[in-house]
Design a protein around this ligand. Structure first.
Ligand SMILES: Cc1cc2nc3c(=O)[nH]c(=O)nc-3n(C[C@H](O)[C@H](O)[C@H](O)COP(=O)(O)O)c2cc1C
Length: 380
C-alpha cells in the first residue's frame, strides 16, 4: 500500500478523532509524568515488536519526494521531527520512523545524571493548549544513554541534545563550559551513528546563575565546543523570551563559529502571555510553558533569523505546531525543518504523518514541487 492512499488518510483521521475524543480524555485523567513514562515505555516495546512496528509503518510512514531534502549532508525524508524533551531516555528511536517522523532529537542529556527538579514537574494546561514544564534536565546522564545506543542503527536522522548538568551546587561559568564540553567529547568519541547535535543553552528550569546568554559567555562556550572539531552538525537551541536585539547579538556570535543552525525555540517564560488562560496559570506556580504560548514568538524569531542569517544558518522551527498549517507557516517564514512535542500530546500519535500529508497538499496547492522552494517564501 502506497502512503497517501485513501486507507492512510482514513486511518489518520480515525486515529485523530478517537485520540481527541476518547483516548486523550482517559490519558489526561492520569498523572502527566507517569503517563509520559508509560507511553514512552510502550513506544519502546512496540518498536521492538517487528510485526506491530511494520504495520504502523505501512499506515503512517510518509514518503513523498516533495518533502525530501538534504541539509548538511543529512538526508531528511520529511521535515517533521520530535523535539528534545520527549525522549530523554532514548526509548523511541525505533518507533518514531514508523509514526512518520523524519528525524528525532534525544535528550536533553547532560554530562552527569540528574533526577529532576522537585515535583510537580509537568502539568497540562488544556485551555491554553500548553504543558507546564519544570523538569530541569531530568536525565540518566550521557554515559548511560551512549551505552544504551551503542549498537543502534537509526532509520531516520537522530540527534543528541546536550546541555549543562543541573546541580544545586555552586558552579563557575568555566566549570559549566567544561561540563558541556565533556559531554560532547563523550558523544563524539562514542562512534554511535547519530546524525547531529543540539546545543541547548536555553533551558529555563536550571539551578544556579550560569547563563550562556551574555556575549562573553556565549563566545567562550562556542569556542570550546566547536574547538573539539566535531564531525557532525551542531544546532543551537535558542530562547524565545529575549528581545530582537538580544537575539541578533547572539546570532552574530553564533554565525562566527562553525555552527550549522539554530532552533526557535524553547519554552515561554512569560506568565502574562495572552495565549495563556489566566486561571490555569494561577493554579500552576512553578515551571514554563510549551505549546501555543510559544508559537507567536517562535514565528517572529524564525522570520528575524531567516532575514538576517538565512544564508548562513539553517533554521529549525519549534513551538506550538498542532497541524500541517502551523508547520507550513514556520517553513514559509524560513524554517527548513520543524519539531514538536506538545502537539503530539494534544493531537495524538498520528500527528507527524498527519502534518506530512497536510504539508504535501499545501505545497502542491501553492505550486511548489519541493519543500526547498517554500522555505522563506513569505520572508523574501
Ligand atoms: C515536557 C517537556 C520537556 C522539555 N524538555 C526539553 C529539553 O530537555 N531540552 C530542550 O531543548 N527542550 C525541551 N523542551 C522544549 C521543547 O523541545 C520545545 O522547544 C517547546 O516545548 C516548544 O515546542 P512545542 O510547543 O511543540 O512543545 C521540553 C518541552 C516539554 C513540553
Amino acid at each position: 500500500m502506497q502512503f497517501g492512499s485513501k486507507m492512510n488518510k482514513f486511518f489518520i483521521e480515525v486515529n485523530h478523532f478517537l485520540y481527541k475524543h476518547a483516548v486523550r480524555r482517559v490519558f489526561f485523567l492520569c498523572n502527566s509524568e507517569l503517563m509520559h513514562d508509560w507511553l514512552t515505555a510502550g513506544g519502546e516495546l512496540i518498536g521492538n515488536i517487528k510485526i506491530l512496528k511494520n504495520l504502523l509503518e505501512k499506515l503512517l510512514r510518509y514518503k513523498n519526494k516533495a518533502l525530501e531534502q538534504s541539509l548538511n549532508g543529512i538526508f531528511f525524508e520529511n521535515p517533521v521531527g520530535l523535539a528534545a524533551g520527549f525522549d530523554y531516555q532514548a526509548r523511541l528511536t525505533k518507533i518514531t520512523p514508523s509514526l512518520g517522523f523524519g528525524f528525532e532529537t534525544i535528550g536533553t542529556i547532560t554530562n552527569k545524571p540528574y533526577s529532576g527538579n522537585p515535583k510537580p514537574r509537568l502539568a497540562r494546561l488544556v485551555k491554553s493548549r500548553s504543558l507546564l514544564v519544570n523538569k530541569g534536565f531530568k536525565n540518566q546522564g550521557i554515559d548511560k544513554i551512549l551505552k544504551k545506543l551503542k549498537l543502534s542503527n537509526f532509520e531516520i536522522p537522530v540527534g543528541i541534545s546536550i546541555g549543562k548538568t543541573n546541580t544545586t551546587k555552586n558552579t563557575t561559568q568555566n566549570e559549566a563550559v567544561k561540563d558541556v564540553v565533556d559531554a560532547f567529547k563523550k558523544a563524539e568519541n562514542s562512534k554511535i551513528k547519530f546524525s547531529y547535535y543540539e546545543l541547548n543553552i536555553s533551558c529555563p528550569n536550571l539551578y544556579g546563575n550560569i547563563s550562556f546568554y551574555p556575549s562573553e559567555n556565549l563566545l567562550k562556550l562556542l569556542k570550546a565546543v566547536t574547538g573539539l572539531g566535531l564531525k557532525k552538525p551542531v544546532f543551537v537551541k535558542m530562547p524565545i523570551e529575549k528581545t530582537d536585539r538580544e537575539i541578533l547579538d547572539m546570532l552574530k556570535i553564533i554565525s562566527q563559529f562553525p555552527i550549522n543552525g539554530v532552533i526557535f525555540g524553547n519554552l515561554q517564560k512569560n506568565r502574562e502571555d495572552p495565549s495563556l488562560d489566566k486561571e490555569e496559570v494561577k493554579m500552576n506556580k512553578v515551571g514554563y510553558f510549551s505549546g501555543k504560548p510559544t508559537e507567536k514568538r517562535s514565528n517572529e524569531l524564525i522570520k528575524l533569523a531567516y532575514k538576517r542569517y538565512g544564508k548562513k544558518l539553517i533554521i529549525i522551527g519549534c513551538g506550538g505546531i498542532f497541524n500541517g498549517k502551523d508547520a507550513y507557516t514556520k517553513i514559509r517564514l524560513g524554517a527548513s525543518l520543524v519539531q514538536f512535542i506538545t502537539g503530539l500530546v494534544f493531537e495524538g500519535p498520528q500527528l507527524a504523518a498527519q502534518i506530512n500529508l497536510e504539508l504535501s497538499g499545501l505545497l502542491k496547492k501553492d505550486g511548489f514541487q519541493n519543500i526547498k522552494q517554500a522555505i522563506g517564501a513569505d520572508n523574501k
